[in-house]
Ligand binder design. Sequence first.
Ligand code: XMP
Length: 507
Amino acid sequence: LALILDFGSQYTQLIARRARELGIYCEIVPCHTPLDDIRSAAPQALVLSGGPASVYTPDAPRCDAGIFTLGIPILGICYGLQTMAVEFGGTVEPSTRREFGSAQLRHIGTSQLFDGLPESFDVWMSHGDHVTTPPPGFTVTAHTADALGALEDPSRRLYGLQFHPEVVHTPLGRDILRNFFIGIAGMRADWNMQSFVESAVADIRARIGPNRAVCGLSGGVDSAVAAALVAEAIGDRLTCLFVDNGLLRQGEFDEVLTMLRDKMDLNVRGIAAGERFLTALAGVEDPEAKRKVIGRVFVEVFQEEAAKLGQVDFLVQGTLYPDVIESVSVKGPSAVIKTHHNVGGLPETLHLKLIEPLRELFKDEVRAIGRHLGLPPELLNRHPFPGPGLAVRIIGEVTPARVALLQRADAIVTEEVRAAGLYDDIWQVFAVLLPVRSVGVMGDERTYEHVCAIRAVTSEDGMTADWVRLPYDVLHRISRRIIGEVRGINRVTYDISSKPPATIEWE
Ligand code: XMP
C-alpha cells in the first residue's frame, strides 16, 4: 500500500491514477491524518501531493512531522516538496514570476528517481513558490532554467520533485513514479481490476453491515457499475430504482430494465412516471427551468418509491472523480461536491448515507471495472445521456408529441451510425428538435414542419468536444430516412460547432 497525503492539489487523483496504472495499490488520505493512523495502515511508501497554499503562510497545511521518521520512502511533489524542505530547515520563497507550463528539466548525479531516463526531458511546472535553499543533508538532483527541479536525501529515503510527474504533460512522469514505487520503495506491481473490485466490495460490505441500500439507476455506465459493485457486496439488500421520466430514448426503458434484470441480475424496480414529468413540464420553455422541474419531480418520485422499501440507510451513487469539484480531504468532509445530475438533492432530503464506490475513478477506469464485472458491452459502451434526457434536446416546450417525434428521429440517427460501424468512436451522437418550422414539398403538397439537427461529437471527458466529420453518405442516409419516415420533420441540418464555445447539448 502507498498512501497519498492530499494537500489539495487538483492533480492528487491523477497521482493515484498513475499508481494504479503501474499496478500499485494506493489510497488518498488528508494531509493532516494522524501519525498513528498512518502507521497502522503500514504503507510502503508515502507521496505528499501538491496544493494551492504557500508553505510560509500561517495556516499552511502541514502533515505530522513524525512521518519523516517512519523510515519509509517519501516523495514530495510541488507543495509536498516545499513542505518537506521547510520541515528540514530549507527555505521556500515566492518566485518573481509563476512558473507555469512546460519546462526542460536537466538532472544531475545518479538519483535513482531518474534511473533510465535521458539527461534532459520535458516536465510540467505549476508553482508560485520555490525552494531557494535546500535543507541540510539534501542534494539537488535536477533543475530547470528557472528553478530547482528535484532534491533528495537518499539516506533518509526522502525525495522531492518541483514538477508534476502525474500529468500527461510530463511524458516521462510514469517512469519516475515507477522508479519511486518499485525501484526505491520496492513495491510489487500486483494491483489490478480484480484487486480493486475485491477491496471495494470488502469496504462496501463493512460500511453497510446488515443494513440496506437503494440506488437510482439512470441506464448509464456509472450508476450501473456502482450498483453492480454494491450488489456484489450485499446482494438483494440493494434495491435499484429505474425511473422512466418519459424523456428517455425510444424503447430505452424496457431495454435497459431487461438488461439490468436479466443480464446483471440486479434487484431493480422500474417506475413508469413519464406522464408525471411531462405534465409538470407543460408550458416550461427555459432550459434551466426544465432541469429544475425534472429534478424536483425526480426527487418526489424517488422519495415515494424509497419510502415503500421500509428501512433503508444508504444511497448508492455513481459519482466519478470528475464530478467531484473540490478536493474534499483538505477542506473537510463538508466541502461542496457536485451531486450526480440525475439524483440531485437526494441525500439531504432522504437522510441517507452516501456510498460512492467510483468516487476516485475516471470514466475509462469505470468501463474497465464494468468489463471485469461482466457487465454487458451494450451497456458499457453506451454514449453518455443527460439526466434531463430529451427535454434538453427539444428546444422550447416539451410536449408528448414532440418527445415522440424526437425519439423516432434519434433512433434513426443511432441506427445508421451503428450500421456504419462508427458508434464506438463517437462520444455522443443524437438528434435535436428545433422549434423552427420550414417549408418543404412532399409529392405535390406543401409542408410546413419541424427542423431537426444532428449532433455528433468526439470528446475525452465532455469538457471539450469537436464535431465529428461524419461521412456524407451516412449523413445522407440519416437525413433521407428521418424526412421519409418521421412525419412532422421535413428538414435535417448538421451541427458543426465545437465545444467551446458551443456546448454539446443545445440547452
Ligand atoms: P454540455 O452540453 O454542457 O454537456 O457540453 C457536457 C456533458 O454533460 C451532459 N449534460 C448533462 N448531464 N444532466 C446530466 O446528467 C444535465 O443537466 C446535463 N447537461 C449536459 C451532456 O450530455 C454531455 O455529455
